[in-house]
Design a binder for this molecule. Structure first.
Ligand code: NAD
Ligand code: UDP
Length: 342
């Protein structure tokens, strides 16, 4: 089976490509390197000891996307490509709407032209807004509080409409909770450009001495220790969730929706402690004001994915911290530690 992976050079995409190749899928990656680089692709192929096909192309440019479908008989698409920084999306919303929505429109129309109607879409727990109870099931009400979240919500609705109009489409909406960690080899990981927005890369950059201290955004939430609680999931578990989704789509289920999380919530202070234990490094931090837009707590009910996909997250908080630290130590300045082109 041949899978097109859009955004396959990125953080989650790169880990998914390794698992796809290991599982003997043929892999074609399309990425414009707006938030990634060639070195990630080199390493995917080294780790899997297999080749993939690569197109440096932008989803906004239909002719180059069409070329991929002309060159390859694609069976299914895993669509990771998109811009993902919540804060940035509030400053440059049009860029987010254009890239994420128009990019997806182009992809979907070209898939339609070539009669490729099987899609896995990277959605996010952000579509649940501020949930009134926990854990969150797939049937919870949806809302979004920022342009990034709205792109996810809008694309989910567009994909539902597409299936309503044409029942040949089979689509999985995978709602990720908080992906963290890195490949156990330390060769692949998250490589944020500039100051990290997310907790785990921030902690690991403090640990490695790139940043002086972490700001803990609020210690007065209604949570056991007052700091924000999230459902952190190891990126390799997340990657495997995509692999388990492909046979489900082959059953032609229409639109299916799954939470991909562990079902456990950890606070910011628990994450700091976990990282200190796994790395042996002290994490300097100070408590500051809440970050605007943040919610107190969010964790998944992931039982539907277990029931229907036979998937559940296997890795512990210790694995997440150890693997992040291993990646950070080996690659203190990310992929730029290595030459970008082979
Ligand atoms: P990432 O930025 O590491 O990967 C996205 C990739 O898409 C990058 O390699 C980038 O170069 C590429 N890309 C972006 N726009 C493109 C375009 N127009 N044409 C071609 N390539 C393009 O992000 P990630 O963390 O791997 O996230 C992957 C997907 O999962 C995204 O859609 C993101 O919104 C979603 N998601 C991520 C998280 C998270 O915390 N990382 C959580 C929930 C959902
Ligand atoms: N957080 C923090 N300091 C940071 C980054 C994040 O205290 O520098 C907190 C944030 O308030 C939230 C948790 O860590 O409670 C996870 O934040 P992240 O941005 O990683 O994920 P999201 O809030 O999008 O779920």
């Amino acid at each position: 089976m041949k899978i097109l992976v859009t955004g396959g050079a990125g953080y989650i995409g790169s880990h998914t490509c390794v698992e796809l190749l290991k599982d003997n899928y043929d892999v074609v990656v399309l990425d414009n390197f707006s938030n990634s680089c060639q070195e990630a692709l080199n390493r995917i192929q080294r780790l899997a000891n297999k080749k993939l096909s690569f197109y440096k192309a932008d989803l906004l440019e239909s002719p180059s996307v069409r070329q991929v479908f002309k060159d390859h008989k694609i069976d299914a698409v895993i669509h990771f490509a998109g811009l993902k920084a919540v804060g940035e999306s509030t400053c440059i919303p049009l860029k987010y709407y254009h890239n994420n929505l128009t990019g997806t429109f182009n992809l979907l129309s070209i898939m339609g032209e070539f009669n490729v109607k099987t899609l896995v879409f990277s959605s996010s727990a952000t579509v649940y807004g501020d949930p009134s109870t926990l854990p969150i099931t797939e049937t919870f009400p949806l809302s979004a509080t920022n342009p990034y979240g709205r792109t996810k919500l809008m694309i989910e609705e567009i994909l539902q409409d597409l299936h309503t109009s044409d029942k040949d489409w089979n689509i999985a909406l995978l709602r990720y909770f908080n992906p963290v960690g890195a490949h156990e080899s330390g060769e692949l990981g998250e490589d944020p450009q500039g100051l990290p927005n997310n907790l785990m890369p921030y902690i690991s950059q403090v640990a490695v001495g790139r940043l002086p201290r972490l700001s803990v955004f609020g210690a007065d939430y209604d949570t056991p220790d007052g700091t924000g609680v999230r459902d952190y999931i190891h990126v390799t578990d997340l990657a495997l969730g995509h692999i388990r989704t492909l046979p489900k789509l082959a059953e032609k289920p229409g639109v299916v929706i799954y939470n991909l999380g562990t079902g456990n919530g950890f606070s910011v202070l628990e994450m700091i402690n976990g990282f200190e234990k796994a790395s042996g490094q002290k994490i300097a931090y100070q408590v500051t004001d809440r970050r605007p837009g943040d919610i107190a707590a969010c964790f998944a009910d992931a039982s539907k994915a277990k029931r229907e996909l036979n998937w559940e997250a296997g890795k512990s908080l210790d694995d997440m911290c150890k693997d992040t630290w291993n990646w950070q130590k080996k690659n203190p300045i990310g992929y730029r530690t290595q030459p970008k082109e082979e």
